[in-house]
Write a protein that binds this ligand. Structure first.
Ligand SMILES: CC(C)(COP(=O)(O)OP(=O)(O)OC[C@H]1O[C@@H](n2cnc3c(N)ncnc32)[C@H](O)[C@@H]1OP(=O)(O)O)[C@@H](O)C(=O)NCCC(=O)NCCS
Length: 179
């Protein structure tokens, strides 16, 4: 996975009905640690990282690269939305396409924030790379992620085994109705 290339970055903060999407900042460091150390948030994405390791290793300002958004609610980071280039992928059909990922703090689940943030990030992508195809990989057992993928306009391409679990590969070709 690589950052998106040839996109103007950073964009002006993107305002949605309830959220702001923007680049990571130094003040997000604590929320990043909370997010990456959360057993619930990382249950289907490789497991949580030890908090003390994150405290030691995360840079002062969380890494910044084109396509890496923080979602902010009332001035506080509640999650991240990542748009990357799938330069390597287990399934050949995904290679070269844009790839959507999302990770939100459990206390922010169940309010539609992830859907709102992802729709805005995809809208940004449509504006800078019109017609870009977007893929999404998630464990088939990750029910809320699959529901979110559906809402965002992703349709199943295939299921495959990887990383010890069944994975779901979805593709979004046209603009989602959720925007
Ligand atoms: C996947 C994940 C982002 C989904 O979060 P989420 O909050 O369930 O997703 P949404 O933003 O779509 O919110 C949907 C829920 O908000 C509810 N909701 C409440 N108010 C709402 C509103 N104003 N608008 C929309 N939905 C609203 C919906 O009814 C729905 O609830 P339900 O799940 O009980 O049906 C979250 O579970 C997560 O961060 N998981 C860990 C990371 C991960 O597994 N990522 C997958 C790999 S990319």
């Amino acid at each position: 996975m690589e950052p998106l290339e040839h996109v103007p970055w950073p964009p002006e903060p993107i305002k949605t009905e309830r959220l702001v999407l923007r680049e990571p900042e130094a003040r997000d460091r604590t929320a990043f640690i909370e997010l990456l150390a959360s057993p619930e948030a990382n249950a289907y994405v490789g497991g949580p990282r030890p908090r003390d390791e994150l405290q030691r290793e995360l840079p002062e300002t969380p890494e910044r690269w084109p396509g890496s958004f923080v979602a902010e609610l009332d001035g506080e980071m509640i999650g991240q939305v990542l748009l990357r280039r799938a330069t390597a992928h287990r399934r050949p059909s995904a290679i070269g396409k844009a790839d959507l990922g999302y990770l939100f703090l459990p206390r922010a689940w169940g309010f539609g924030y992830a859907a709102e943030a992802c729709a805005a990030a995809l809208g940004w992508l449509d504006s800078v790379l019109p017609g870009e195809q977007v893929v999404l990989t998630t464990q088939s057992a990750n029910v809320s992620s699959l529901r979110l993928a559906g809402k965002l306009g992703f349709a199943e391409v295939e299921r495959f085994e990887a990383w010890g679990a069944e994975q779901w590969l979805g593709l979004r070709v046209s603009s989602p109705a959720a925007r």
